[in-house]
Design a protein around this ligand. Structure first.
Ligand code: PMV
Length: 289
């Protein structure tokens, strides 16, 4: 029996646009998912298409126990973290010897299959390697870690990533004259952010712009708007949706001394908030039992 863990993530820039080959920047964050895998001749059914696919891909059978610090269906990449940690645990328990690269690739293929073909490798890359990651098309680059002070606000409104991705695909099909320039502009914001990674004031402004464009794409939600506005009013450099939107979480970039005030202002909107920072470690072994 082995236990592996993988971190969640926030999108600083570029969700949705990344599905269409535009650049994105995402960061692994502290809450993790812990997955224990045990060889078993009569495994219990996993009740998750992600976990079932992990065993199918690896061609073995076993039992799984999941202990998650990450809320699911909230834009923090919990399904990718579960998939990556499950693959790594199976790999270890059954002595399969796949590399990290192979695990990242398999996890991406599983996400893509469950998300009906439309997915970027962002979540699975960040969960596998940790840290700050720049993604464009099939290429992924780890950036030097930055100690961003972040507050994550969870609207507690659950969302479906595949539904939101499909909605944007619909808009793109029906109104390419509106949707395409918006996706390009999001890509432009991400590229500009690459030049300002050590300038939180400018990064915050760019996050605010990115948020507005996500609303144009139709992935906003009144609860998300409330949290974003309250974080900005409480002094955040910037705040935006993180992940697929339509509910789920927002993220605020904060001056260090205002983190608690910003978290309280989010909680005052009947939401949950937590302060977090970069997790530079990706998938890792926790203990051998
Ligand atoms: O909500 P999440 O954490 O699954 O993020 C989805 C991000 C999208 O760009 C909308 C989709 C993707 O696969 O990148």
């Amino acid at each position: 029996m082995v236990t592996w863990s993988a971190p969640g993530k926030v999108f600083l820039f570029g969700e949705h646009a990344v599905v269409y080959g535009k650049p994105a920047i995402a960061m692994a964050i502290k809450p993790r998912v812990f997955v224990t895998v045990r060889k078993s001749r009569a495994p219990h059914p996993a009740k998750s298409p992600y976990i079932d696919s992990c065993f199918d891909e690896m061609g073995v059978k076993g039992s799984v126990y999941i202990n998650s610090q990450l809320p699911s269906s909230s834009g923090l990449g919990s399904s990718a973290a579960v998939t990556v940690a499950t693959l790594a645990a199976i790999n270890d328990e059954f002595g399969i010897n796949n590399s990290r690269e192979q695990i990242a690739e398999m996890a991406f293929n599983i996400e893509k299959k469950v998300q009906k073909g439309r997915a970027s490798p962002t979540d699975t890359t960040v969960s596998t390697y940790g840290g700050l990651v720049f993604i464009i098309g099939a290429s992924r680059r780890r950036l030097p870690p930055e100690s961003f002070q972040m507050v994550v606000g969870n609207t507690m409104v659950s969302h479906s990533t595949s539904k939101m991705v499909e909605m944007v695909a619909d808009l793109k099909k029906k109104n390419p004259e509106i949707c395409d320039p918006v996706l390009d502009a999001i890509g432009g914001i991400t590229m500009s952010a690459m030049h300002h990674l050590v300038d939180p004031v400018q990064l915050g402004r760019l996050m605010n712009m990115n948020h507005s464009l996500l609303e144009v794409l139709g992935v906003g939600h009144p609860a998300l708007s409330r949290l974003v506005l309250s974080a900005r009013t409480a002094g955040a450099y910037g705040a935006k949706i993180t992940g697929a939107g339509g509910g789920g979480c927002m993220v605020a970039l904060c001056p260090k001394h205002l983190k608690s005030r910003i978290a309280s202002s989010i909680e005052a909107c009947e939401a949950r908030a937590f302060v977090t920072n970069i997790d530079t470690e990706g998938v890792r072994k926790e203990k051998d039992v």
